[in-house]
Design a protein around this ligand. Structure first.
Ligand SMILES: Nc1ncnc2c1ncn2[C@@H]1O[C@H](COP(=O)(O)OP(=O)(O)O[C@H]2O[C@H](CO)[C@@H](O)[C@H](O)[C@H]2O)[C@@H](O)[C@H]1O
Length: 469
């Protein structure tokens, strides 16, 4: 069985968020289970492409409407990723320092067409094509509808929803960019009067999955306009919980950490990261450290952070550290807060992979008050590193964190995304921290929870087999 994953992100080549982590790990685990799994993604102008050498696999011209662009497909010269990786190099459109921008419609459409044009030339075609999020959402439509991909239309497609908030909408004026199809089927592209790649994928893919079971159920009630469609297509929909790459996220081997540690050496190991964080960010080592890592967007509840932090810091018996970027207004407010709360609060506004690993290894608690959380990887990284998650009871967070008030509970959960509930959850964390015997016991308990990809990779294989008949 040969699976081709098509995606805009893949760690470590290009990462904006959790999508990259999943596409960078799942194929590796699938390859260890008798499935040949490959990834195709754009060739960006970034650190990875600068530091690696590539081999040309294919060269041609891709047509986007009336415009033709030269392109190549390349692979990595010394590939140690654990799966074949192919990159679509369209210098004029994709070779940028960013992954996403405001010209994404043309860029990702050209990417998908170039990828499919190449697949058309393969002698042994993929058994299944798995598309990740709206950037690759037109692939199931093109495979099933575009005349030039007639030879691919028996290949089953899976569409994986990592985040249904973003759907890739664009105007029907651009329909001419999509390779010719029977125009009486144009309705397959439409949702609410515009072309909606995510909706088109829900209609045209053979199967659809979300990255946690709870998120699938929640989407049927609230999916940024796609609820009805998801209900209608529910027979082909399933939720499969993400896993984490335990080769990358392993405190015993993680090269980003100040000091490696295991369950046995958790105390000294975590103290080393916490001390480094407190020195670097001028925080008090003795106080429990609450952290947030992520995109500063409404889905993550980040607009409430300034008020939450102000309230939670009133008695100054905790410290807060934030790593993230996103909404400019929130960024500004979080920067300003530094002046008001010197010594107990700090923030790094930006993206820093190394710092994120040290925070997972050194913070006592990780905050995730998400309004929407399709799966969430941060809580699983936190568990593996011994950081207690404080989460809103939703989506994948609901599927992976049990409140300490329940039997075998190990996290702190709250129901709503309000300032008072988040502040209350933080104060429950502080109480737990004061009970050091219980705190340390839970820390060891969470480090041994297995969220590796093994179980989820098997679920995907089951899904693939159901398509092969
Ligand atoms: N400023 C920063 N510096 C360093 N690292 C940073 C960072 N901001 C974020 N990260 C990292 O990016 C990843 C974020 O992953 P998530 O799954 O939590 O969120 P995201 O919303 O991007 O993903 C979407 O897709 C994934 C994958 O399916 C789902 O789990 C999730 O719910 C869904 O919203 C983690 O590896 C985190 O450490």
């Amino acid at each position: 069985m040969k699976i081709l994953h098509i995606s805009a992100e893949c760690y470590p080549i290009a990462k904006v968020g959790g999508l990259a982590d999943v596409v960078g790990a799942l194929p590796k685990y699938q390859n260890s289970k008798n499935v040949t799994s490959q990834v195709i993604m754009p060739f960006y102008n970034n650190k990875f492409t600068k530091e690696n050498k590539f081999i040309e696999e294919f060269k041609s011209v891709v047509k986007l409407g009336e415009t033709a662009f030269e392109y190549r497909i390349v692979s990595i010269e010394n590939n140690t990723l654990g799966y074949d990786l192919f990159l679509v190099d369209i210098p004029e459109l994709l070779f940028k320092e960013y992954v996403y921008s405001n010209d994404d419609t043309d860029r990702f459409l050209a990417f998908q067409i170039a990828a499919l044009d190449w697949v058309l030339t393969w002698k042994k075609k993929p058994t299944i094509i798995q598309c990740h999020d709206h950037h690759t959402g037109l692939t199931p439509f093109m495979i099933s509808q575009s005349l030039k991909y007639k030879d691919l239309n028996k290949i089953p497609t899976i569409f994986t929803i990592h985040n249904a908030q973003y759907q890739g909408w664009f105007s029907h004026d651009k329909v001419g960019l999509i390779p010719e199809f029977d125009f009486s089927n144009v309705g397959l592209l439409d949702w609410g009067g515009c072309i909606n790649p995510m909706a088109a994928a829900l209609k045209c893919a053979w199967r659809v999955n979300t990255v946690s079971p709870s998120y699938m159920e929640e989407l049927k009630l609230s999916a940024n306009g796609l609820e009805w469609l998801l209900n209608d297509e529910s027979a082909k929909c399933v939720g499969i919980l993400n896993g984490i790459d335990t080769d990358v996220w392993n405190p015993e081997k993680d090269t980003y950490l100040i000091k490696n540690y295991s369950i046995k050496t958790v105390q000294s190991g975590r103290n080393a990261q916490k001390k480094w964080l407190c020195d670097e960010f001028n925080l008090d080592f003795e106080k429990p450290l609450f952290a947030f890592i992520g995109r500063l967007v409404g889905e993550k509840g980040s607009d409430l952070f300034p008020e939450v932090f102000r309230n939670a810091l009133i008695n100054k018996d905790i410290s807060i550290l934030l790593l993230g970027s996103g909404n400019k207004d929130v960024e500004e407010q979080l920067e300003k807060l530094k002046e008001e709360h010197k010594g107990v609060y700090n923030a790094y506004i930006g993206y820093d992979e190394k710092l994120s690993h040290i925070i997972y290894g050194g913070a006592d608690f990780l905050l995730m008050p998400s309004r929407v959380e399709p799966c969430g990887l941060n809580q699983m990284y936190a568990l593996r590193y011994g950081t207690i998650p404080i989460v809103r009871n939703i989506g994948g967070l609901k599927d992976t964190v049990i409140d300490i008030s329940e039997e075998n509970g190990f996290g702190i959960c709250h129901q709503n995304v309000t300032v008072s509930e988040i502040v209350h959850a933080i104060s429950r964390g502080l109480d737990l921290y004061k009970n050091q015997t219980k705190f340390k016991k839970i820390r060891k308990q969470i480090m041994s929870i297995d969220h590796s990809w093994d179980a989820s990779a098997k679920e995907y294989i089951k899904l693939y087999k159901s398509l092969k008949g």
